[in-house]
Design a protein around this ligand. Structure first.
Ligand SMILES: [Fe+2]
Ligand SMILES: [Fe+2]
Length: 476
C-alpha cells in the first residue's frame, strides 16, 4: 500500500503524521464524510469552481487563502488555536489547576455528549441548506452559501477529530453517528429541534445565519473556556470562521430591508398588498420570520434551570461566554433571581443557585447580541420615514424547551390562553400564505452582476474583489 502523505491529505496543525493510529482512524472516516457531502451537501454545483476561503493557518493575520475550488476538493482540515503554555483552569471547582490535555475519566461521558451535540449541528445545517442553490439571488450569495456550507463541514471535522483522538472506540462510533443522523429524518433526526427545521428559502437562510449561527457563536464561546484544552483551542479557531456566517445573515437581512424601503419610497405607500405586488417582502412578514427563528434558536440554550449546566460549570467543562468578564468564577454560593413560572402558571420571582442558571445567563448574552442588528435595521426604517420598529419577541414566546415550554404567551411575553394564541398566531409567525409568497419570490439569478428583485445588491464584494466578479463559475 502506498504510504499517504497525511499532511497533504488532511491539512492539520495537530501533528497527525506522528500518530499513526489516529491517522488511520481519520483516514477511514474521510471517505464517509466525502460521500455524505456528495449525497447530503449542496444539491448541484459540485463541479463548479467556487471562490472560497480555506483556513491555512491559525495566525490572526493571514489565516486563510482565497481561490477558486470545486467544493468536493475543499481542503477540510483540523486546526486548533496554539497552546497557551501554563494555561490554568479558570472557573468551577478546580480553579488554578493546570488545564487537561487528556479527558479526565470522571468527565468522559458528559464531555463526549457536549462534543457530539455541538458536532451534530454542523452537518445538520449543511443538510438544511442543500436546496438553496436552486434559488440563489446572485452569484455572490451563492458563493456565501457555499462558504458557510464548507466551513460547517470543517467544524464537523473539528469535533470528529476530538472524538477520534480522545474518546477511543466510543468516539469513533459517535463520529459515524454524526453522518448517519439527518436533518428532518423522521427515524433518525438531528439532536436539536432547530436543526430539523427545513430552510427552503433565502429569507429563512439569512434568519438562520443571523439567529442560529449566533447561537453557535455562544455555544462555541462557552466551550472555548473549557478546561479540556483541545476542545477550548478548537472552538477558539471555529469562532474565527463563524463570524462570517453571522455577517452573511446580517447583511442579507439588511439588503432585503433596503430593497423593501426603496420600493416603499417609490410607491409612496406602506400598503402590504402594494409592496408584495412590487415583488419585495413587507416589513411585517420580516418581523414574523424574526419571531420564528429567534424563538426557535432560544431553545438551543436549554432549560432556564438546569442541573446539567451546573455540573458542566462546576467541572470546568463549559463556562460562560467571555468568562473573564465575570467577577466570581466559582459561583458556588451565589444565586440568580429571575422571573419564573409559578405552579399556577403565573409569573413569579424565583431564586436559584447561580450554577443552575448558566443556560439562562448565556441566553441573555445572546439576546443582547441579537439586538444589535435590530437596532441597525430600525435606524434604516426610521431614516426612510416609516415608524415600524422590529422587536425581538419575549424569551417566553413559543418555547419548546425549558420552563416556558407549552405555555402560551404573546410576543410581549404575556401569558395568554391557547385559544388566543391560535387566533393570533398568523400575525406572529409566518403563515402558509407568507411562505407561499416568499416562495414565489425565490428565483435563481446566476448572471454576473445581477441580483434578484427582492433584495438589494451587496454593498461590497468579497476579499476586495468587485461585486460583479464571477464568484461561482457554473458548469453544465
Ligand atoms: Fe459551525
Ligand atoms: Fe456557522
Amino acid at each position: 500500500m502506498t504510504k499517504l502523505n497525511y499532511k497533504e491529505k488532511i491539512p492539520n496543525n495537530v501533528d497527525l503524521s506522528n500518530d499513526l493510529s489516529l491517522q488511520r482512524a481519520l483516514e477511514h472516516w474521510q471517505p464517509k464524510f466525502k460521500s455524505w457531502w456528495t449525497e447530503m451537501g449542496p444539491e448541484g454545483f459540485q463541479t463548479s469552481d467556487v471562490y472560497l476561503r480555506t483556513a491555512t493557518s491559525v495566525d490572526a493575520d493571514g489565516w486563510a487563502t482565497y481561490g477558486k475550488v470545486k467544493m468536493p476538493e475543499y481542503r477540510w482540515g483540523i486546526f486548533l488555536n496554539d497552546k497557551v503554555s501554563d494555561r490554568k483552569i479558570h472557573f468551577g471547582d478546580n480553579i488554578g489547576d493546570p488545564v487537561w490535555q487528556q479527558v479526565p475519566g470522571d468527565y468522559r461521558s458528559i464531555l463526549r455528549k457536549l462534543i457530539v451535540t455541538q458536532g451534530d449541528t454542523e452537518p445538520a445545517s449543511v443538510e438544511q441548506q442543500r436546496e438553496l442553490g436552486k434559488t440563489c439571488p446572485s452569484l455572490y450569495d451563492l458563493r456565501n452559501l457555499f462558504q458557510v456550507n464548507v466551513e460547517e463541514g470543517r467544524h464537523l471535522w473539528a469535533m470528529v477529530y476530538l472524538l477520534h483522538a480522545y474518546f477511543g472506540r466510543d468516539g469513533r462510533e459517535e463520529a459515524e453517528g454524526l453522518l448517519e443522523r439527518n436533518s428532518g429524518d423522521i427515524d433518525n433526526p438531528r439532536i436539536l429541534g432547530t436543526f430539523n427545521e427545513p430552510i427552503t428559502d433565502w429569507v429563512s437562510f439569512f434568519m438562520f445565519t443571523y439567529f442560529t449561527d449566533r447561537d453557535g457563536k455562544y455555544q462555541l464561546k462557552s466551550l472555548a473556556e473549557s478546561s479540556f484544552d483541545p476542545l477550548a483551542r478548537t472552538c477558539q479557531f471555529m469562532l474565527t470562521e463563524e463570524a462570517h456566517h453571522m455577517q452573511v445573515g446580517e447583511t442579507g437581512i439588511t439588503r432585503m430591508i433596503q430593497k423593501t424601503l426603496e420600493v416603499m419610497n417609490a410607491l409612496k405607500s406602506d400598503s402590504i398588498d402594494a409592496i408584495r405586488n412590487a415583488g419585495v417582502v413587507d416589513l411585517q412578514t420580516i418581523q414574523r420570520y424574526i419571531n420564528f427563528w429567534f424563538s426557535s434558536s432560544l431553545d438551543l440554550f436549554g432549560s432556564e434551570i438546569s442541573s446539567n449546566s451546573a455540573t458542566a460549570f462546576a467541572n470546568g467543562l463549559k463556562g460562560r461566554p467571555d468568562e473573564m468578564r465575570y467577577k466570581d468564577h466559582s459561583e458556588k454560593n451565589n444565586s440568580f433571581t429571575f422571573e419564573g413560572l409559578s405552579l399556577e402558571n403565573t409569573l413569579v420571582e424565583q431564586t436559584i443557585p447561580m450554577r443552575n442558571a448558566m443556560n439562562e445567563i448565556t441566553r441573555r448574552s445572546y439576546v443582547t447580541d441579537c439586538e444589535i442588528g435590530l437596532k441597525r435595521w430600525n435606524r434604516l426604517i426610521k431614516k426612510a420615514g416609516y415608524d415600524i420598529i422590529f422587536t425581538l419577541p419575549s424569551t417566553r414566546f413559543r418555547r419548546n424547551i425549558g420552563i416556558w415550554a407549552g405555555i402560551d404567551s404573546n410576543p410581549e411575553g404575556i401569558i395568554i390562553t391557547k385559544n388566543e394564541f391560535d387566533s393570533k398566531v398568523n400575525s406572529w409567525l409566518p403563515s402558509e400564505g407568507d411562505k407561499e409568497f416568499i416562495k414565489s419570490l425565490m428565483v435563481q439569478v446566476t448572471k454576473v452582476n445581477k441580483t434578484a428583485g427582492w433584495i438589494a445588491p451587496p454593498s461590497r464584494g468579497i476579499n476586495s474583489l468587485e461585486i460583479g466578479y464571477e464568484y461561482v463559475e457554473l458548469r453544465q
